[in-house]
Design a binder for this molecule. Structure first.
Ligand code: COA
Length: 364
């Protein structure tokens, strides 16, 4: 989407005139795109949530594109036509404005072409290219708070909502009053794909990477070599005796690294359990053997039984525990989601049970 120039010193960076995708190509806008762009931008439905007024006649679009050309030359804004490769037609435009470490961008696609993933591809090409520019750490957009279509597109590209900008922007098609906008951004600096959210629909590159067996063996956690962790202090509560091995994650003692989740193996004798506890994020359980009861709620009054290889995802904010309800020792996988699932916490009844045997469970 074309954007208004912002009077700030540009930061020089090398901007390609063509960015090639599978179904669309971004090509530096030219004044002779005027007729095609005018068709797109004179559609009230397309312009509903845009922050500039629809051009009233083709001459306005031509003048706009002359300005676009000058702004590219000055380095303050870069504007590309979106070309459908199937028939080489100009179907819309994208634009980006870099200001130091951050850039914002916009996208506009002709209504005839909506709903085919072409806007996503065009925006994804631009955002992907921006994300690879040295020193550029943040890409953002602030669509109208009611523009659900743009929110979905940005979400698919890994943008996260940062808040509502109240009465931030006039959308001429919707009247003269400033309207709320939703600020969405995607970080590109050093953040892992999991932290910033992978670009949905982005395709993993096929590479020549070919690690040796020894290199891959270093990425195997052999069960025989795992050492139980002493981190689960609640395992000293009578009835809660269990063995926990950290396998994957950031936590100290996990032999393998993982991004965005933590995987433990737990073994309990029949009747033994993990008491009700809380994490900030989702927790996933899957019995590798035996039968397990998962219980939850303020008193743990509700429960269901998992058989071997069943999986449950417990929502954040719900106290949860598990118990081996089979007749033999059994193994369970537990996965805590998120880079940091937060410090474990326990309801008062569990704290009291621990206190009764001389253990003070840590408080925040
Ligand atoms: C916002 C806008 C760019 C979206 O364009 P689009 O091409 O329709 O967007 P997408 O590529 O995301 O496709 C949209 C839908 O097509 C679906 N789709 C169909 N085929 C698809 C494919 N092959 N790949 C991906 N999505 C596909 C998507 O699932 C999506 O469905 P949803 O809207 O129900 O979630 C377009 O509506 C537009 O130009 N709006 C006006 C201008 C504007 O407001 N711009 C935003 C302000 S910056």
């Amino acid at each position: 989407m074309p954007a208004k120039p912002v009077p700030q010193a540009p930061l020089p960076f090398v901007v390609p005139e063509v960015i090639e995708g599978a179904r669309v190509r971004l090509r530096r806008s030219r004044v002779d795109d005027s007729a095609a762009l005018h068709r797109v931008a004179s559609d009230p439905e397309v312009m509903r949530h845009v922050e500039w007024a629809a051009p009233r006649h083709p001459g306005e679009t031509t003048r706009f594109l002359e300005g676009v050309d000058a702004r590219w030359a000055a380095g303050v804004e870069h504007h590309w036509a979106v070309i459908a490769k199937a028939d080489a037609a100009v179907i819309g435009s994208v634009a980006a404005r870099r200001r130091g470490h951050a850039a914002d961008f916009g996208v506009l696609i002709g209504r005839d072409h909506w709903g085919r993933g072409l806007g996503l591809e065009a925006a994804g090409l631009l955002v992907g290219w921006l994300g690879r520019q040295p020193g550029l750490e943040r890409v953002w957009a602030a669509p109208d708070a009611a523009d659900a279509r743009s929110h979905r597109l940005l979400g698919r590209l890994g943008f996260e909502a940062e808040g509502v900008l109240r009465r931030a922007t006039v959308r001429p098609a919707l009247g003269p009053s400033p309207r709320d906008a939703l600020l969405l951004a995607r970080l590109t600096d050093g953040a892992t794909p999991v932290e910033r959210g992978p670009a949905r629909g982005a395709m993993a590159p096929v590479t020549q990477a070919d690690p040796t067996v020894a290199e891959m063996e270093a990425r195997v956690a052999r069960f025989e070599s795992l050492l139980p962790t002493a981190d689960y202090v609640d395992a000293a509560i009578p009835g809660c005796e269990r063995t926990t091995w950290r396998v994957l994650g950031d936590a100290p003692g996990a032999p393998l690294a993982a991004d965005g989740f933590h995987l433990n193996l737990v073994r309990c004798a029949p009747g033994k359990s993990a008491p009700l506890h809380n994490h900030l994020t989702r927790e996933i359980f899957m019995p590798l053997s035996g039968r397990w009861e998962i219980f939850w709620g303020p008193q743990g009054a509700r429960s269901l039984t998992l058989e071997r290889w069943d999986t449950i995802v417990v929502p954040p904010g719900v106290s949860r525990g598990f118990r081996n309800v089979g007749s033999e020792d059994a193994l369970l996988i537990g996965i805590a989601e998120g880079r940091d699932p937060g410090r474990i916490n326990w309801p008062q009844a569990v704290r009291a049970a621990a206190r009764a045997v001389g253990i003070e469970l840590p408080v925040a």
